[in-house]
Design a protein around this ligand. Sequence first.
Ligand code: UTP
Length: 408
Amino acid sequence: MNLEQAKKKLADYNQKHLLQYYEELSETEKQALLTQIEETDFSVLSYIHKKTEEKKEVRIAPIKALTLTEIQSKKGELKDIGTDAIRKGKLGAVLLAGGMGTRLGSDAPKGMYDIGITKPVYIFERLIENLFDVVHEADTFIHLFVMTSEKNHEATTSFFAEKNYFGYDKNYIHFFKQAMAPASDYKEQIFLEEKGKLATSPNGNGGFLTSMKKAGLLDFIHEKGIEWLNVFAVDNVLQRIADPVFLGATIDAGCNVGAKVVRKNDPDEKVGVMCLKDDHPSIIEYYELTKELRDTLDENGERAYNFGVILNYLFEVKSTENIMDKELPVHVVEKKIPYLDDNGNFIKPEEPNGYKFEELILDLIELMDKCLPFEVEREKEFAPIKNKTGIDSVESARALLEKNGYTL
Ligand code: UTP
């Protein structure tokens, strides 16, 4: 793209300010900026208005979850199904580590965070150890795909190499970068993060399969005969990864997606719960849950919308591929975005100052036919680290890890 074409594109989206330092740049920087302008999808800005638009009416109904008691009653059988699939190489795991972890406030990738007390215990290390439990039991390595972004790829890959992959076979670890989206201020003006660079942020976790495909990993998955992907967040240090019982149950139920869920702590807990929307598996966000839905009971007299998701899913590769070209809605999220001010000073805001644009996994689930919500024990499998202190923090996760017998 040449300068004239860039000016035209920017004028169309009312973003002319992005070339304000153009004349100060070197030839290489100029070219890089023009390329970035060419490649950036500015249409995401239109979602800022859609955010407030009326949503269309959808039919919401409860979805049946496999409860702890039901799982317990046929655990052996389910585990055999899952272990058999794992031994045949049918399961891969996808670690979602492309996020910026702004709430935790560390500059390094979240997985590099040390949650140890008497010794270093890195989040990535904990996750690999969890995966090792199954690797040892099934006596086979499981391919682990790690999603990073342009912002943390180098740091993440170097860290894994430096730590010798925490003992995992490095031939079974594959890093891939997710796509980026521009970030704007509240007046819909995209920020610059350098004089020759637009501020961008990872575009959410919803596009993981598209990013894997772009990295050539979908071909690899086919080659290896991987049929299922266990997709999980970087920040739950207690979760079970590649859980054979979960895999066995999802296969046994004939579902093409499985979701680990926990019973809500209290009916007003701020967590998205599983449901059916127009007969498709979906998640109602806590702010969408009306009093009526909250108080709806099932045939056993229990709350019908009571199972919260913990971002640990099983996706059947074939079915997910079939829907991956469908457009996902773009979520507009308020975040702290570092930027260059009008005087060219780099500012790192303490409070949210603009919008990022993200596609989310929960929208992917809505495109699938059949989902199995699979109940897990909260105290044993859910210790997310979102914040430094308080709820879902390093402190609360440490307490839960210790309760489960881990030495930190
Ligand atoms: P979160 O929304 O909790 O993570 O994503 P975040 O965006 O890193 O955190 P904050 O809101 O800025 O504090 C849940 C999971 O999805 C991954 C995260 O790394 C985390 O594992 N994720 C999120 C991505 O891989 N890419 C993204 O673009 C966003």
